[in-house]
Design a protein around this ligand. Sequence first.
Ligand SMILES: Cc1cc2nc3c(=O)[nH]c(=O)nc-3n(C[C@H](O)[C@H](O)[C@H](O)COP(=O)(O)OP(=O)(O)OC[C@H]3O[C@@H](n4cnc5c(N)ncnc54)[C@H](O)[C@@H]3O)c2cc1C
Length: 453
Amino acid sequence: MNAPTRIAETAPVVIVGGGFTGLSAAYELARAGNKVVVLEKEAMVGGLASGFMVGPYTLERFYHHWFTNDVHVMDLIKDIGKYDEVVFRPTRTGMYYANTIFRLSTPLDLLKFKALSFVNRVRLGLLALKARRIKDWKAIEHMTAREWLIKLAGPEVFRVVWEPLLVGKFGPYADKVGAVWFWKKLALRGGSRASDGREVLAYYKGGFSELAEALKRKLEEMGVDVRVNAGVSGLEVKDGRATAVFSNGERIEASSVLLTQALPLIADVMEPHTSPDYVASLRRIDYLANICLVLEMDRSLSETYWLNVNDPSFPFVGVIEHTNFEPPESYGGRHIVFLSKYLPESDALYRMEDEEVLDFAVPHLQRMFPDFKREWVTAHHVWRARFSQQIAEPGYSKLIPAEQSPIENVLITSMAQIYPEDRGTNYAIREGRRVAADIGKRFPAPSAAPAGL
Ligand SMILES: Cc1cc2nc3c(=O)[nH]c(=O)nc-3n(C[C@H](O)[C@H](O)[C@H](O)COP(=O)(O)OP(=O)(O)OC[C@H]3O[C@@H](n4cnc5c(N)ncnc54)[C@H](O)[C@@H]3O)c2cc1C
């Protein structure tokens, strides 16, 4: 047997992934006086919430906002002294159904929603209240969203409102989505409202990527080594402990390792060191990809921020006119629209060239907005993410891998472990900070002293 490897006393905690989970974990560990390295594969931090340049302005690749009940993100923003950068605004939501756009921002809009009979409008309104009354999600974990929604709101509400959204968002997985996923979504989004019932959402001036960059700057001030273009290709494991990670051919010594990337990517890193059964368990949860077509336009499409598309013949599930939330002035007068579609990686749309995606979308947009002309689009961008949405099927809690991996000092905190809530930056931050406290207690650095005290 090999002699036990001595880990240098100064070996840092290595965090793989510079998304919001990794950055928040780094913040908490650094605050407690630990030496930390963050290794991010891409050229910038922020992960799924990272951005790109629209002229001189930054914008998310995939539309992002917060709900008023996203307290963990607000706490972190306050901690780094940036709360003045957060804005709260009421937004207009709507639904495209039977070639018509219905406004659905307030309870009154709901009562006027002619696509449903009056009784069913009331049923739809009561659904959010009924959802909020459920406290023990385990009682509905065996059910699919379809079964649960039909039970609570009846078949017509399901057919008109929820089935098209489930099919639009989850495609071939629509009937596999668990009731718990839907219940929590409904309860959280329904709770993000002003006293007059209007939905209120929050945003960060300069976008989510600006927050990620602010966090990165803060981490660097605290002595954290944050590296981009630094994909981790593997671990060095000796006597059941990780001693180092490899990135760009460099061996980086580690006292412990936190993996925050998508589970199938974690499986790749763990495969040489753990059993086939364990690796299979990391690959067990299915994920959908997402494609977002982002349009820069010289005028607005409509007054709605968030338009749910309840029409299976329209190939995107949401039309999100971002500049009806964050004004066009923040983008030099440009109007920004996201067209979003979750889909399997094998879907033809996911594989189209960027120009083809626009060609494909234009006639559908013209059907929805008859005045719309392609000339309104001054620039377009197409973004794709392979691991965008985990499928939280019935019994999901039993599929989630434990935070503790079979390697003693390697922990896993990944988006798909968030449950019963759905993924989101708020929960990434909650989990990042929580696991950091755990690492700090279990693998204390010999010289750890709280920073700044
Ligand atoms: C279309 C869409 C819309 C969304 N809308 C919202 C919203 O409105 N509000 C909201 O709060 N959230 C939203 N989310 C969810 C949110 O973006 C995620 O929940 C959150 O960003 C996840 O953070 P994370 O750090 O856990 O994971 P990720 O952001 O996936 O970060 C993981 C990081 O690991 C890196 N990585 C992977 N492999 C390696 C490797 N081998 N070495 C080094 N680095 C590696 C990746 O590049 C990535 O940066 C949305 C997501 C999508 C896809």
